[in-house]
Design a binder for this molecule. Sequence first.
Ligand code: NAI
Length: 349
Amino acid sequence: MTGADFDHEELVVRHGERSGATMAVAIHSTALGPALGGLRLWHYESDADGIADVLRLASGMTMKAAAAGLDLGGGKGLICSPATAATLSWTLRREMLLDFGDLVESLGGRYITAEDVGTSAEDMATVAERTANVTGLPKSNGGAGDPSPFTAIGVEAAMRACVESRFGSRELRGLGAVVVGLGHVGARLAMRMRAAGARLVVSDTDPRKRDLAQRLGAGWVEPGEAIKVECDVLAPCAMGGAIGEASADRVRAQIICGAANNQLADDRLAARLDQRGVLYAPDFIANAGGLINVYREVRGYDEDRALAMAMDIEQTMRQVLAASEARSMTPLAAATELARERLDLVVRN
Ligand code: NAI
């Protein structure tokens, strides 16, 4: 981690009292409101890798909330699980979640947590035993449930704006698309795209996902090969960093638009993709649907309102692409400006 990476308001790291597990909350900004960002429960090679991840994810949340017009700051939670998802015991999981709830509570409302990779709405109910600063709760607990369907809706909306910009029509029918990662978001996105008439190839590290590929009538490609498939749209919906130095030169998609956070290993790769004629849809614009849903839950839930706001991502992406063209900058630079303009406005007033 370099000093330049740390422009956050606060980073709290501690060992859970019950579990002993390393856990952290990174609060990047509270300029627009309390920092809201999901809890990632993941087995990292080292705690330092987890901390670097949570810092980068937290700053992404600031940009995401600002660009989506939400009165929220950016933050993220982390539990460095000593075990992989397959080997993690129920008891340790519960202890870690309760410890994390205590950590959130100690921040006095500056940070609100929700689910992310490795955690679910049910896990949020466990966290809620220790703090009220939690959203994305199950419907049975008075929450709005899993936000992933809204993320998938938002990604599809963003994709339509990109497709319109590149091919002149927002129709997905007949387009060739590759969806990488068939988890909560990717599986739903693939189903939506299939229903919209796209021709699909899908990929996942989990071979059990081949069943879904079959049900969708989709082709299957191994994860390492997915990036090289010639297609209209590539949708990275697995973990971050899917596009690194080498893969940026190998992408054969016209458009990259997916759900994963931090799809580019380095933001500078946006320029490289642009030079190669690949339209890279900034992830924090495309994947804001889930954040919108949990934001609505905090504000008093109205499903229709959440849905309308997630669909509005199409318009936000149009705005970003228009600014990118008018000002000869990458869509990522245009999206960053959009978010910064809103943050600067608040700081000035
Ligand atoms: P998930 O954990 O449910 O699904 C991830 C899927 O990707 C799994 O099926 C996994 O087997 C697969 N996978 C992991 N590594 C892979 C690789 N190298 N190649 C191919 N497949 C791989 O996660 P979820 O919730 O669907 O999130 C996906 C991405 O979207 C994450 O980056 C997450 O941060 C981001 N995101 C999710 C939101 C949500 O509402 N769930 C909201 C905004 C962003």
